[in-house]
Design a protein around this ligand. Structure first.
Ligand code: DQA
Length: 177
């Protein structure tokens, strides 16, 4: 005999009006750039384009805001400083204040077991690996990435537009786009 479950209809409540509380809960995206990316704009412009790091970061902030996220940017030429940022991002993700990280680790991509371990150590924090150039069409030492196996997604070869694509990917993962 099939049993029929009778449920009492619940009133449909209007969705809350976004106010100061909603913006307080706005999550953050962290844009992390590694070694030599402070030279964007003047460094091999035929490979990396003419956009400076400051311009790129401003674009990321604007794009994140359009998708409802606060965006923080950090660049370092030092591996340990990037690892510290990833560990801190992991704690902020656990606390519910950070949605994910966009990481261009520059040349550390091809050398750093420590960055791979750092990303593995803060799972399930989503980290999107970005490269401005198509690393697979370049020297063979750029074909291997220690970051890729730990990354939640990879954007390669779209120039600096790749950062916007990565932000969009993170927003979708967070259910906001
Ligand atoms: C890069 C590619 C790396 O091989 C290189 O060392 C960089 C930049 C890119 O964005 O294309 O510094 O990550």
């Amino acid at each position: 005999m099939p049993r029929i479950k009778i449920t009492t209809p619940r009133p449909i409540l209007p969705s809350p009006i976004p106010g100061p509380k909603a913006s307080k809960a706005m999550k953050t995206l962290l844009i992390l750039n590694g070694p030599n990316l402070n030279l964007l704009g003047t460094r091999e412009p035929t490979v990396y384009g003419a956009t400076t790091l400051a311009e790129l970061e401003a674009e990321c902030v604007g794009h994140g805001q359009r998708l409802g996220f606060a965006v923080e940017c950090f660049q370092s030429n030092h591996e340990g400083a990037l690892i510290d940022q990833i560990q801190s991002a992991g704690r902020r993700f656990q606390a519910g204040e950070l949605a994910g990280v966009v990481l261009n680790a520059g040349a550390f991509t091809h050398t750093s077991v420590a960055l791979f371990d750092a990303i593995g150590g803060v799972k399930p924090l989503p980290v999107i690996e970005v490269h401005i150039s198509n690393v697979h069409a370049r020297e063979s030492f750029r074909h291997h990435s220690y970051i890729s196996p730990a990354a939640a997604g990879i954007v390669v070869g779209f120039g600096t537009d790749g950062y916007r694509l990565a932000i969009e990917g993170l927003a979708r993962k967070a259910g906001a786009a």
